[in-house]
Design a protein around this ligand. Structure first.
Ligand SMILES: Cc1cc2nc3c(=O)[nH]c(=O)nc-3n(C[C@H](O)[C@H](O)[C@H](O)COP(=O)(O)OP(=O)(O)OC[C@H]3O[C@@H](n4cnc5c(N)ncnc54)[C@H](O)[C@@H]3O)c2cc1C
Length: 435
């Protein structure tokens, strides 16, 4: 019997545990270590922040689902991974031994890298459902007494979509409340141009998102380094294409939501050979670490180099579909190792993203995520916002039912040409699941 331990129970960790269970069968053990007892659907956090969703609507208690699936849950945070000893030390002093470890912890939020950034400083956050819940309280107070609004991303950010999404739904909600005329809005971003998204753009995201901002009277500053944040203003240095300081801005606000940069969690930080200097786990295309081949990693916690250098540092986003593709490949690779075979499955790392903009939405498809791409497309319309709502309901149902990838989803994605595994591997895997 082998023991597979999944560290983290988020968008990557929970499907990972389901897929490991499906791949390994009852003869083997699957355990999830989580610092929370509930799954949270992070993509819905922007809706929580403007009170379009209650936190409990996007959270699912893990214990009943895992019990049904025969997965053990250890709801205690990990303090340290000991890769040479094949064990994870918990904050209560206990240790969980493993044969295979899958790290799926998402990021640590690096608010401390900019003075005044984050909930302990002067800006709000939507990165976790708890943050979004606090932000919702502040949002209501702001709507009672509105003023300038700033949304954006600081240097080093890799997750741009939620900033655009929050800016657009804030604009929509303010218009709905008929107070938009009292709210000058500024979008401050570390991207070299609007719509870069850490991906060098996808299709015409530059034109599309610039036009959205213009139509909504949202000013923007690109190539922006946020040097500090006071209670009522953002200090920003705009740089030129060479990264040299070009202009200083003081951007006043009464409400600000700025995305922080990410780094790896403390439990893995500085583990030589396992993580890079920012604490992201280094893996190959089979999601496997080179120094510790029984450790895999999936999701935001892995190291992926940016597609191109930018004047202000930016990172590459890791999006939901891509993360699930990593889980699918990892589960199959662990199965191969258990069977004494070499792991062969590679995640496709395709990015398919949906963003709600209130009265409409945007979708983009980057296949693969890093250019040059086979598919490089962005589009907008009301259908995209409806698709995002449908995706939320569908994903939450999938988690509640303990399914990772139902057959019809695999078939639909395959028909659309969006494979989770690289084509050759996907072909073989899908054939196996077909009746
Ligand atoms: C606000 C926001 C909106 C987003 N919207 C979208 C979207 O619309 N579409 C899209 O494709 N992508 C979106 N993303 C990007 C990405 O899909 C999400 O960030 C996704 O949640 C990442 O999945 P993950 O499993 O890597 O990390 P997470 O979902 O964050 O899961 C990590 C889990 O590990 C746990 N953990 C952390 N440290 C420990 C520890 N020491 N011990 C035990 N457990 C620990 C965490 O509590 C968490 O439960 C969004 C990201 C953000 C921040």
């Amino acid at each position: 019997m082998v023991h597979v331990v999944v560290l983290g129970a988020g968008l990557g960790g929970v499907p990972m545990a389901f897929e490991a269970r499906e791949q390994l069968g009852a003869a083997h053990r699957v355990t999830v270590i989580s610092n929370t007892e509930k799954f949270q659907f992070t993509p819905s956090n922007p809706w929580v922040a403007v009170n379009w969703r209650k936190p409990e609507e996007i959270q699912i208690p893990l214990e009943p689902v895992f019990t049904r699936k025969g997965i053990d849950l250890v709801a205690v945070a990990a303090a340290r991974v000991h890769p040479a000893e094949n064990r994870v030390e918990l904050v209560d002093g206990e240790s969980i031994p493993y044969d295979y470890l899958v790290i799926a912890t998402g990021p640590e939020l690096a608010f401390d890298e900019v003075p005044g950034l984050g909930p302990a400083g002067h800006t709000h956050s939507i990165c976790t459902t708890a943050h979004a819940t606090e932000t919702a309280v502040a949002w209501e107070a702001f709507c009672r007494d509105p003023g300038p609004l700033v949304v954006g991303t600081v240097q080093g950010v890799s997750c741009f979509g939620p900033a655009y999404e929050f800016a657009m739904i804030a604009d929509y909600e303010l218009r709905r409340r008929k107070i938009r005329d009292r709210v000058p809005m500024t979008f401050v971003t570390s991207e070299p141009y609007i719509g870069h998204l850490g991906l060098g753009g996808v299709g015409d995201t530059k034109g599309l998102l610039e036009s959205e901002l213009r139509n909504r009277h949202i000013r923007w500053i690109t190539n922006a380094k946020t040097t500090g944040i006071d209670p009522d203003r953002l200090h920003v240095t705009e740089v030129d294409d060479e990264g040299k300081d070009k202009k200083s801005h003081e951007v006043p606000f009464k409400f600000a939501m700025m995305m922080p940069s990410f780094r790896g969690i403390k439990a893995v930080m500085d583990l030589e050979g396992l993580v890079n200097p920012r604490g992201f786990v280094t893996v190959d295309r089979k999601q496997r670490n080179a120094k510790y081949p029984n450790i895999f990693a999936i999701g935001v916690c892995i190291a992926i180099p940016p597609p191109e250098p930018t004047p202000v540092p930016t990172g590459v986003p890791k999006t939901g579909f891509m993360i699930e593709s990593m889980a699918t490949a990892t589960a199959r690779n662990i199965r191969s190792l258990v069977d004494g075979k070499a792991p062969a499955m590679e995640a496709s790392w395709n990015a398919i993203c949906l963003a709600d903009f209130g009265d409409n939405g945007v979708a983009f498809v980057a296949l693969p995520q890093i250019p040059p791409r086979n598919v490089n497309w962005a589009g907008e319309g009301r259908w995209a916002r409806l698709a995002k709502v449908a995706f939320e309901k569908y994903f939450l149902r999938k988690i509640r039912n303990g399914r990772s990838v139902p057959l019809y989803e695999q078939m639909a994605l395959r028909i659309a040409g969006f494979n989770k595994l690289r084509p050759d591997a996907a072909e073989a895997a899908i054939k196996k699941t077909m009746p």
